[in-house]
Design a protein around this ligand. Structure first.
Ligand SMILES: C[S@@+](CC[C@H](N)C(=O)[O-])C[C@H]1O[C@@H](n2cnc3c(N)ncnc32)[C@H](O)[C@@H]1O
Length: 294
């Protein structure tokens, strides 16, 4: 079975580096992704892993709604997502979804069974077409040409794959994943991280200075993440990874620092951030491939 790739392009998405992350985590019994976005790392998890318990979370209710809707009514989401590229639709749907966000957030948070397939389908459709940040953000009202130069997200490899079939495979992969919507620390309470023997925690907060890109302004969250991770460095049951840019954090020497290059987002060409990406792994993580040959 081929693992489906993330359904939407996402600034800061970690799918390209996911195999390295799994080399350092190994087949953990509980995997937690508190800043889920496009689920880049979860979707890159090797098939051979047991995938027993997986928990993801994002503060953005449009993201939580998409994953929840896809789990429960994939055909419903596909029905709205599978529509032609049309600039007028893009603009109209942008405004319409932006006007629904407050009510959606209330419903998503107060009712664990709530999801909206129309918002989920149109949101993932536009996420593949909208250039830059601000998709479905009420603050942005400028006219926007759809992305027509490359096929991204659900439109990737469109000629060789059927969107409905692709979304069905994605839905099956995430069927048992626990999806939360709120602040990252809620899925890392002592009750959660105290119960399993072997937990992998992938912390990918908005990088310093990029918080506004995600619509949910979380200024200072990366520093909180760093402090949270340092305090739990020596917990024997935790394997922790933190993402950032070179120089963002000063981790102790026993943390493993891995440099990597992202393929570039819409801001990376300005600040060359793609040349400075880093992932720091806590001392409990070890490169499984290297240990096989040691
Ligand atoms: C760098 S992106 C994560 C990308 C993800 N690893 C991927 O592969 O697509 C950061 C995410 O954190 C979310 N976020 C921002 N502040 C948050 C907070 N306080 N708690 C939880 N999620 C938050 C944003 O909505 C965004 O989706």
């Amino acid at each position: 079975m081929i693992t489906p790739t993330p359904p939407f392009p996402y600034f800061g998405g970690k799918y390209p580096i996911s195999s390295t992350i799994w080399r350092y985590f190994g087949d953990v019994s509980h995997y937690i992704e508190p800043f889920a976005g496009s689920l880049g790392v979860l979707l890159g998890r090797p098939h051979s892993h047991s995938q027993i318990i997986e928990t993801v979370n994002d503060k953005n209710c449009l993201i939580a709604n998409f994953w929840r809707a896809l789990q429960s009514d994939c055909d419903g989401v596909a029905q709205w997502a599978n529509s032609p590229i049309n600039e007028a639709d893009l603009l109209a749907r942008h405004g319409w979804i932006a006007s629904q966000v407050e009510a959606l957030r209330e419903n998503i948070i107060s009712n664990p069974h709530y999801f909206d397939i129309k918002i989920a389908g149109w949101w993932v459709w536009g996420q593949a077409l909208w250039l830059g940040d601000g998709w479905c953000s009420a603050k942005i009202s400028k006219r926007q040409m759809p992305s027509i130069s490359t096929n991204k997200g659900i439109f990737k490899n469109e000629s060789s794959r059927d969107i409905v079939d692709y979304l069905n495979r994605l839905s099956n992969r995430i069927k048992k994943v626990r999806v939360c919507c709120g602040d990252w620390q809620r899925v890392l309470s002592p009750a959660v991280i105290g119960t399993s023997k072997d937990i992998g925690i992938f912390l990918d907060p908005p990088y310093k200075g990029t918080e506004k890109v995600y619509g949910e302004v979380s200024v200072g969250v990366s520093q909180e993440v760093f402090e949270w991770a340092i305090e739990r460095s020596s917990f024997p049951n935790l394997k922790i990874a933190v993402c950032g840019l070179n120089g963002d954090y000063d981790f102790p020497k026993d943390w493993i620092e891995i440099p990597w290059k992202s393929s570039g987002g819409f801001r990376s060409s300005n600040n060359l951030s793609r040349l400075k990406e880093r992932i720091w792994f806590s001392p409990n993580c070890g490169d499984i491939q290297l240990s096989l040959f040691a």
